[in-house]
Design a protein around this ligand. Sequence first.
Ligand code: NAD
Ligand code: GLY
Length: 373
Amino acid sequence: MPAHETVRVGLGARAYDILIGSGLLATAAARIKPLARRNRTIVVTDENVARHHLTALMDGFAAEEMEALPVILPPGEGQKSFAGLERLSDALLALEVERGDIITAFGGGVIGDLTGLAAGLLKRGVDFVQIPTTLLAQVDSSVGGKTAINARAGKNLVGLFHQPRLVIADTALLKTLPPREMRAGYAEIVKYGLLGDRAFFEWCEKKAASLLACDAAALNNAVTHSCRMKAAIVAEDEREQGRRALLNLGHTFGHALEAETGYSDRLLHGESVATGLVLAFALAAELQLASHDDARRVEAHIAACGLPARIAGIAGLSASPDALIAHMRHDKKAKDGKLVFIVPHGIGDARIHDDVPLDAVARVLSRSIAHPA
Ligand code: NAD
Ligand code: GLY
């Protein structure tokens, strides 16, 4: 058995483990089999993941003498739509999915979010496991039970909480991930340091290059540390009544940028988070809640990793501050019509604010639009 770390998400009757290590895919079938009442699973994946890794997973199920039925979707954020949900639901129903079955989500955040939502809805709730295959999915989207599709009004607006039974994060799968996707996932790792662990941010500054080059030790440490931080927050506040909102550091800005670029590969989710993290620190410095030194340090690290540190660096984006603020009004964190921002009071100390003056937000956006890094 390959060595691995285990992180427990402590949610009482719905608690589950996240297993993290290099080479774990070979053990996935044996770990999923005990969760399957009918000795079968439906594996939902996308064409890219299928090309690189589906045979290995299916061979594992065959070795366990377990039936595994693949559903292979086109890749891309476009699948997280009403049409995509309908197509997947029809496919799962055609395979006669039953309550008590186990569905395997094998892919990045798109596959995980869409499959988790379909699993939560079909037959009023079917169990599922996550085998995340992108860095972003391993450190964030596969953990915590948020599932969603996008709506015309904004990102992830139609969804539900549906926790997986198990998460298996095989960091060796990341060797086939395109470098741009690695960098995008890395933004969510940096986020954990910035929101609550300054020492981890400093570790990121030192180790980013080896991590992005797929060094196994750096990856396993970063994924484990990120999952530990996320699991602790989710266990305390599963439904985002309070502290879980901290995980959205950078996301209010990021979602507005994604909306403006049409949720397309012009700007990946993790890239929008990277720019959002820099903007969150710029806003904090503008409000004199964080130092300009911290804001500059965050911006320098994001830029050094090849991520977009400024809005001006996002190809083909020419949005005005007002247009971006209009997108922010659809944010799920908005309460009683007020925008809620996660504002860092320095590196490692993010807090929730519902009193941020929008003229300060507009000034920060204007500067980021006007000046490339
Ligand atoms: P993704 O799922 O689109 O994957 C990115 C690309 O990489 C796709 O083209 C995919 O086919 C390909 N790919 C995946 N694994 C691969 C591998 N091992 N080798 C080669 N190619 C591979 O994108 P993502 O960044 O994983 O996820 C983004 C989504 O996650 C967004 O929709 C975002 O809203 C969502 N998200 C959800 C949560 C949550 O808590 N549920 C958190 C963060 C992000
Ligand atoms: N990605 C934010 C959360 O899971 O709450």
